[in-house]
Design a binder for this molecule. Sequence first.
Ligand SMILES: NC(=O)C1=CN([C@@H]2O[C@H](COP(=O)(O)OP(=O)(O)OC[C@H]3O[C@@H](n4cnc5c(N)ncnc54)[C@H](O)[C@@H]3O)[C@@H](O)[C@H]2O)C=CC1
Ligand SMILES: CC(=O)C(=O)O
Ligand SMILES: [Mg+2]
Length: 645
Amino acid sequence: MLKTISRSQVRETALRQLSLRWASSTTTATSSSSSPSTQTNTSIHTHTIKTPVGIKAAIASLKPKTTRLSNEGPIECDLEGFQLLNSPIYNKGSAFTKEERQAFKLSGLLPSQTNTLDEQVERAYTQFSYLKTPLAKNDFCTSMRIQNKVLYYELVRRHIREMLPIIYTPTEGDAIAAYSHRFRKPEGCFLDITEPDTIDERLSVYGEDKDIDYIVVSDGEGILGIGDQGVGGIRIAIAKLGLMTLCGGIHPGRVLPVVLDVGTNNEQLLNDDLYMGNKFPRVRGEEYWSFVDKFITAVKTRFPSAVLHYEDFGVTTGRDMLYKYREDLPSFNDDIQGTGAVVMASITAGLQYTNKNLLDTKVLIYGAGSAGLGIADQIVNHMVSHGATPEQARAQIHTMDRRGLILQSYEDSTPTQKLYADPDAEWEGVNTKSLVEVIEKVKPTVLVGCSTQAGAFTEEVVKTMYKHNPQPMIFPLSNPTRLHEAFPVDIMKWTDNNALIATGSPFQPVDGFTISENNNCFTFPGIGLGAVLSRCTTISDKMVSAAVDQLASLSPKMENPKNGLLPKLEEIDEVSAKVATAVILQSLKEGTARVESEEKPNGGFVQVPREFNQCLKWVQSQMWKPIYRPLVKVEHVPEIHTFQV
Ligand SMILES: NC(=O)C1=CN([C@@H]2O[C@H](COP(=O)(O)OP(=O)(O)OC[C@H]3O[C@@H](n4cnc5c(N)ncnc54)[C@H](O)[C@@H]3O)[C@@H](O)[C@H]2O)C=CC1
Ligand SMILES: CC(=O)C(=O)O
Ligand SMILES: [Mg+2]
């Protein structure tokens, strides 16, 4: 129980906490025999601490200007009254204890009863359930997220199956499309191409050095299958970061959503008086890339240990960006690598279940854009790491776009499409625009849809797949739900319930068969967490492949044919921790991890266990959890805690 605390007690408590945390951080990672219950939740995340002068001096005498963020014990807080209630990181609403209410001048601002987090979650869920439309529920969640992070994440965690489609795809797509009309409160960081020299100043509001672990950036051109949404793209960055916290345990005060407002080609937005972004066509070419260069430089300089995640850029931009800056900073394109990895994991699980060989697998990708080509690349990476040459692997993959099967004679193909183009001579006499004819010739093991063409996997298409495979893998991945190439209920009907399905959005089971949501949320939070914790210099293909193998190994399909290809959503935080562990171990193996060169505040260096289960425990100990912790009143604490991101 927290009592009113005097300055000297505060100092004592703070110092005790610090020394405890520092002491325990020495043993956490290195002690292989400690049980989970004795493991301390000591994060390697560090930040500048601004505590009262006396404490500052004491801290300085102990070691440097940084302290550790922990996941347990009291938290220092310098806010009070309305400011505290308005700080989503610290706010507990009706759960502030009597003592905290007195210490933080909250007594007159709250009704007399104190609630537990359980009671708050129950009340919030009842309010959520009353709301009639997904968008109204999405608004409710947004408002809760900017009021109280612990309550929000605990609410969503407990109702993840029901709430994920509200806070993520498909509802988030509708919320983004309506961004300027439903706007209430700004969140995130807006970078404006008309003011390229203000990038660092704009980022500086979010701190410096080690204040930020993870950044999601979008220019809003290719949002969730609904195309160009301009400045509304800020919300995909916010949504993805929400999942980084929910599934990947990244601290919600140490993330940064960024939109690059470079204009929009969406006529509807350009003609909308309420549209809140730059009202001119997208800037391209040299000016665009010079803006992006400045952004990357600013990120590297200001937040040198942050991981950068690209989301929903246009088809060629996203790819160019990934490869241009890949060696410069730890960066990752979710639509290319995250999606590729989860599809490869589903394929691997399907191959294990049907007892087929990876290198004999033929894949037809319908929709050779960012996601489709990312999937193709990931399949190649995986085949190569399992013994194929890149040429052999690419020969197993066929791609189609709006022109039909991509042939070598097509001059307007992108460089990546050209890698997968089929020789014209092999396709003489075949109508390469017909999906059915292409399937007849290729006889693919797997058909992947990321074309945004609703209903493209017709009965004839699916039955042709089934004719050549007793258990065809059919993955309609296009979001939102209405754009799916086929619905699972039809695919199962047309294949006598024999298809192995994974979808882009959630679907109900069909005849007791779970339909796995082949969502990249099974990969990006784990890959991102692994990159943050390993402090890797780059996110390599092999690190992504390690994530694939780990995710596939968690497939529940072998246990019961009615299970899905991927684990249950309810297990996603555990899945992410395991994926992160595989990524960290791979990074250590490759020598790109910097975590072990991080000096601990009490001297010595972080040591990450090499044994999988021990490393997993360490990873789990680093993950932020939505629990209320006692607040300790101090005069100054890191400003980062007050951000609403
Ligand atoms: N489930 C998941 O985790 C993810 C799903 N997606 C979804 O995948 C879809 C595609 O996304 P992106 O690749 O980013 O878009 P994109 O615009 O880069 O690619 C779409 C591709 O589909 C092709 N296409 C259009 N009409 C076609 C037709 N009639 N026949 C064959 N191909 C056709 C286009 O030529 C283009 O190559 C979206 O719906 C997106 O929401 C994307 C990323 C992750
Ligand atoms: C899920 C996702 O990243 C997309 O549809 O773009
Ligand atoms: Mg995306």
